[in-house]
Design a protein around this ligand. Structure first.
Ligand code: F6R
Length: 608
């Protein structure tokens, strides 16, 4: 969602803030701003639009000093215009605040502050914090922040500076990630490790409820009752090159092409080929606990929800455990059947998605054990789950998830293999699956070779206004994911459907204008899907068929064919994802869309 950066040290903060904001621009990019202490007072610069706009404002009207805080915004309250951009200043200009999250009682607080004579300049919920901290200030910034937060309901990651107590940045988190970066003679604050990686690898992840007081040569963490807290220092293990484009036009394309390696990394050291199983060090589930699981609930959002659907099929087919997939956003508002014999698998690339985190907490509250499948190391879900499987896909910067999706499916396959081999699955079948997983990176490599053909197809369909994506069995979730990819980056309306379900409604949409993408590899339901392709052809629809063999039954049915290599049925959606991702990518590029930063979206959705 939004990004927060802070710097305190001997140098001018502005370059650090701008660099950090640029690296976090993928998280929120409708407006940005910085505030810093110039030796006598606070100054701010803000701009609507991308960081480049803020850079231009700072070039025209430079400010210098330290400490400084910065923010890149994804609008919740009020449109993305300069007056709503963060930082927000208090009435007398002595306090500046940046904030991720939502202050739920801002209306009440605003009315009370207006009653005290404060004049609001923005439509945001954040501005109440600035005024409230000014109102409560009695000498130490951290005391005023703590006092203010006691009156606040909602979620936040905040950074605050004050000209009345200028030697520090005070930060606090509840539901929105923040970390302290420990430098030499300087310290940093960020919502995302990528923002500070060029300066330090030593970080302290803040927990919900933490308040941090960051000075240039020390920091301390307290809780909302001002009690000191001990937090350990972690080391960021990935490299800067992983968050740079490396010669590709977009992060999304780079991440699509990284998949042979990213899935290899998800599997590294985990597959045991001879035993047909997997070794997963972090799941924290004993043999007895694995044997006691009665049912599994998988909860996630968006793309991660699509991988969950594939996981459900794995778990039921191979481990024979009743499994349900729940949208995280719905899960906690109903009365799910979850108890201490339930395993709740939580899937999240970012590990910060507010709905998913809340669903996981609800599952825990009901006594379930939780297992997080998370990409971002040190993220909140990864720290709060009972056990986990890190995806190790490397940082995913493109807003549209690609390599994290395929790694999620791999992680689900590994976990299923482990669980199934303990319960119902023969070693022979286990070995077959393990070997197929092992061979997968090469197949993804081969599927990527089809990129030029996919690009040609994209050229033909770039002006379409609607798309249907159809698949059956394991490839129905792949179809859903293909449709999501297309709509989020190209803004073309697209729907995914189980292919046979089409005749119960969506078939009415088929005409000569309607491209229909079939995910139809040669698997156990291939003959069935051929009939569905015929139904579309008979109505003049344009078919783009992703398939894996020369099949006489497809003759005359494919306006376009995309050939992918074959593997086990259960792993086909991973291979099929490659052309689906590429098709969305090339169509979006040809339409002139900003694929890495699609409108209205943000990489990590930390509001409900
Ligand atoms: C789609 C996409 C989103 C995310 C969803 C969940 O390309 O990226 O649909 O999958 O917001 O995010 P995570 O996996 O971070 O919980």
């Amino acid at each position: 969602m939004c990004g927060i950066i802070g710097y305190i040290g001997p140098n001018d903060a502005t370059p650090y803030l701008l660099e950090g904001l640029r690296r976090m621009e993928y998280r929120g990019y409708d407006s940005a701003g910085v505030a810093l202490y110039n030796g006598t007072g606070l100054e701010i610069r803000r701009a609507a639009g991308k960081i480049a706009k803020l850079d231009a404002v700072l070039t025209a009207e430079p400010i210098t000093g330290s400490p400084g805080i910065g923010h890149t915004r994804w609008a919740t309250h009020g449109p993305p215009v300069e007056r709503n951009a963060h930082p927000h200043m208090s009435g007398d200009g002595t306090v500046a605040v940046v904030h991720n999250g939502i202050i739920e009682n801002s209306t009440v607080l605003r009315a009370a502050l207006e009653g005290l004579g404060y004049v609001f300049k923005s439509d945001t919920d954040t501005e109440v914090l600035a005024h409230l901290i000014e109102e409560l200030f009695e000498g130490r910034l951290e005391d005023a922040v703590v006092d203010a937060l006691r009156r606040v309901e909602g979620t936040y990651g905040i950074a605050v500076i004050s000209s009345k107590d200028p030697g520090k940045i005070v930060a606090a988190r509840k539901g929105s990630p923040l970390l302290i970066g420990i430098g030499e003679g300087a310290n940093f604050l960020a919502s995302d490790a990528s923002a500070i990686l060029t300066h330090t690898r030593q970080v302290v992840y803040l927990n919900d409820g933490d308040v941090a007081v960051i000075e240039k040569d020390r920091y301390r963490v307290i809780d909302i009752d001002a009690q000191p807290q001990r937090r350990s220092v972690s080391r960021i293990e990935w490299d800067l090159s992983e968050i740079e484009r490396g010669g590709y036009d977009h992060f999304m394309l780079k991440e699509i092409f990284e998949q042979p390696r990213s899935i290899e990394n998800t599997m590294r050291g985990r597959l045991i080929l001879e035993d047909g199983t997997a070794k997963l060090g972090g799941i924290n589930l004993s043999h007895e606990q694995l044997m006691k699981i009665d049912n599994i609930v998988i909860t996630a959002c968006g793309t991660s929800w699509h991988s969950a659907l594939i996981g459900e099929l794995f778990l039921e087919e191979l481990a024979r455990i009743p499994t349900e997939v729940e949208y995280a956003s719905e899960f906690r508002y109903r009365n799910p059947i979850v108890n201490e014999r339930t395993l709740c698998i939580v899937i999240s690339q970012s590990g910060e998605t507010a709905d998913t985190l809340a669903a996981m907490r609800e599952a825990k509250r009901r006594g379930a054990r939780t297992l997080g499948l998370v990409n971002v190391v040190g993220s909140t879900i990864a720290r709060e789950d009972d056990g986990g499987v890190y995806l190790h896909a490397g940082p995913e910067i493109g807003v549209a998830s690609t390599k994290a999706f395929t790694s999620q499916v791999i992680a689900l396959a590994l976990f299923t293999l482990k669980l199934a081999r303990k319960r119902d699955l023969s070693v022979v079948r286990g070995r077959e699956i393990a070997q197929a997983l092992d061979a997968l990176p090469a197949l993804i490599e081969a599927a990527l070779k089809g990129a030029p053909e996919v690009e040609r197809i994209a050229e033909e369909f770039k002006d379409a206004t609607n798309f249907l994506y159809l698949g059956r069995g394991y490839n129905f979730p792949a179809a859903l994911e293909g449709a999501l990819k297309l709509k989020e980056i190209s803004y073309i309306h697209a729907e995914g459907y189980p292919a046979a379900e089409m005749k119960h409604g969506p078939i009415a949409l088929i005409d000569e204008q309607m491209p229909v993408v079939f995910v139809a590899p040669h698997d156990s339901v291939f003959d069935k899907i051929v009939s569905n392709i015929q139904e579309v052809k008979a109505r003049g629809g344009k078919t783009i068929v992703i398939t894996s063999r020369d099949e006489p039954s497809l003759a005359g049915l494919m306006d376009h064919e995309i050939r992918i290599p074959e593997t086990l049925d259960m792993l086909m959606p991973i291979v099929a994802s490659v052309p689906l991702q590429l098709l969305a990518y090339y169509i979006a590029v040809k339409r002139g869309a900003n694929v890495d930063q699609p409108r209205n979206l943000a990489k990590s959705v930390t509001v409900e």
